[in-house]
Design a protein around this ligand. Structure first.
Ligand code: CTP
Ligand code: CA
Length: 226
């Protein structure tokens, strides 16, 4: 139909997609996380499956059903997301799409017991989490890699910087300063960058954006040929 990527454009392709937030435990009952809904990643997964791909989603905690024909592998922390992504890519992967909002830092340690309210102020020591997308892109057998960049200012510059720094084939830039678009919304508007060009998509529903992204990724991943 008109809302889908051309039928069969990803036939025989194996996709791994990260989606949703991660949760970084502070103690047995508390965690650090963010407002990612996972909707964009799940919409891309569904569109890619409809386009003929075998799709695995490495998913942080979300309230979404697995799209038809998509295998969801649930994870909680950024460490889990890296480990499960590496495992899925090792099984064979042509295209890796990182839509997850991975927590950049985690508590240095998780308290064994619930932290009690005994002090007037407290601070939490945080350490940096591993970067799943950069790790996958640095593999000698790296698939075609697609990143997402949610930015509030200088969207094009920050996004293309990320593409170069992480050695990505493509980056989808999201201006999250626009109310009602992006995080936790059903709508989005993005600009896709690759080393030789760019294309704006939307504003549109996340499902329509997903189908258009899948078509663009299919076209470019074939050109690069890995
Ligand atoms: N990403 C990832 N693992 C991380 C952090 C980010 O796989 N630990 C991926 C995201 O899924 C996204 C891309 O990297 O596809 C860019 O994420 P973003 O948060 O915009 O970039 P960072 O490198 O974390 O930089 P910053 O948050 O400082 O802008
Ligand atoms: Ca980040």
């Amino acid at each position: 139909g008109s809302s889908g990527a051309a039928e069969g454009v990803l036939t025989g392709q194996r996709l791994v997609i990260t989606a949703g937030p991660t949760r970084e435990p502070i103690d047995p009952v508390r965690y650090i996380s963010n407002h990612s809904s996972g909707k964009m990643g799940y919409a891309i997964a569904g569109a890619a499956a409809r386009a003929g791909a075998r799709v695995i989603v490495i998913s942080g905690p979300v309230n979404l059903d697995a799209p038809d024909g998509v295998e969801v592998r649930p994870v909680v922390t950024a460490d889990d997301m890296l480990r499960e992504s590496e495992r899925a890519v090792s099984e064979g992967c042509d295209v890796f799409i990182a839509t997850a909002a991975v927590a950049d830092y985690r508590p240095e340690s998780c308290a064994g017991d619930k932290i009690k309210k005994t002090r007037d102020a407290m601070s939490l020591a945080l350490v940096r989490n591993p970067d799943t997308l950069a790790t996958i892109a640095a593999r000698p057998d790296a698939p075609f890699t697609v990143g997402f960049a949610a930015e509030t200012t200088e969207v094009a510059r920050y996004a293309t910087d990320k593409m170069q720094r992480k050695k990505l084939n493509m980056i989808v830039a999201n201006d999250v300063s626009t109310p009602g678009l992006g995080f936790n919304s059903d709508h989005n508007a993005v600009t896709v960058f690759w080393p030789e060009g760019q294309q704006a998509i939307g504003p549109d529903s996340k499902h329509s954006i997903a189908a258009q992204l899948v078509a663009l990724i299919a076209e470019h991943s074939k050109k690069v040929g890995n």
